[in-house]
Design a protein around this ligand. Sequence first.
Ligand code: PMP
Length: 436
Amino acid sequence: MTKEEILQKHKQYIFPSVFTYYSEPLVTDHAHMQYLSDVDGKQYLDFFGGIVTISVGHTNPRVTSKIKAQVDRLQHASTVFPNEAIVSLAEKIAHIAPGDISQSFFTNSGTEANEMAVQLARTHTGSFEIVAMRHGYSGRSQLAQGLTAHAPWRKSLPGTFGVVHALNPYCYRCPFGATPDSCGVECAKDVENVIQTTTSGQIAAFLAEPIQGVGGFITPPKDYFKIVSRIVQEYGGLFISDEVQTGWGRTGNKWFGIEQWEVTPDVITSAKGMGNGVPIGLTATTPKIAASFKGLTISTFGGNPVTSVAAKEVIDIIEEDKLAENAAAVGAYWRAALEALKEKYSLIGDVRGMGLMQAMELVKDRKTKEPAAQETNTLMEEARREGLLIGKGGLMGNVIRMSPPLNINKADVDEAVAKLDRAFAKVSANMRAPAR
Ligand code: PMP
């Protein structure tokens, strides 16, 4: 098919709610490690990784060779028949997961992982209500949309009840109008207020992303989750850490994002980077909590041998190649360069994130912090022209989200920053140009 045919058929045969980036959508053709090419043969340095999913590089040969061998051996038999692939993956997760987390339930997506976590918390505690966080994103099922707290992603509501949302630790736009040095972490204390005033006083769980992904890499103050986890425990809830974006070394040095905040969760959910592109969802917890899920449950494709060998290989690569350490080192180098860009361009109001998940919130004016959504789109177009793929997020669509593969090096960062610099220069020049 030609590019035009693909675009025309996409419009004709795919739901229109499946949106695409860019004024002229980028039609992908092939990819290898940190590079992706479109059907016109243009190559891009990929600093978004298929929405925070490519953790060890596109078509990483170690992963694809495992996939190919497993496809030829056994592609599917379902979970009613045990196999080596699923138990090897589950065993590996048990070894690296925090606390007593050592049992896994596999599904096909982050949405399903969160569904299972909430069902589990409800059966375990006998309580129903869930506290989630404003600006959070949990997936696209009816329940996951209810957990999500962004209007554009909740359009099929009403349909969920028993979920309330606490204020989030959004320091750049503090809901209390405070600054991090003197705020007393009021946002964490708000969780108690939310439980006392908007629930029955007994909750099943608190569910949060250690760094809010779709929300625009909103990174909490150091003590936020420590305070919240104490509150959640006091009111009988489980602590569910949604590691769909923050897991597997992405934040640097640690396997899971929540470990950065020195909190041991009861349940971990994940997907995305765990499979480097194969569809997988994970709900992992302690044997005690897992045992409380009574009755039968099944996910036909969950723990499929092909996805399982892929995910196990991804985790092995991250471990053997010390990619969590690489994410910390290259991430720090990159962060310094992004802070320097902030000095240069007033369009950048905030730089935030951790390790190899870094974001820039764009504002029209640093004093008013008016979101620069249009400029964010223009910047993405300019970056594309430069041959750099970056993502977007934030409630107002004014946050540039970047999440390159964990095995990039400083030269890749230099290349990306040079491209970003040129893209910002163009967008800033247009902003300054007098209106005609
Ligand atoms: N949780 C988080 C934090 C996510 O970012 C996402 C996807 N963006 C999901 C859950 C849902 O994952 P999926 O799209 O695989 O269902």
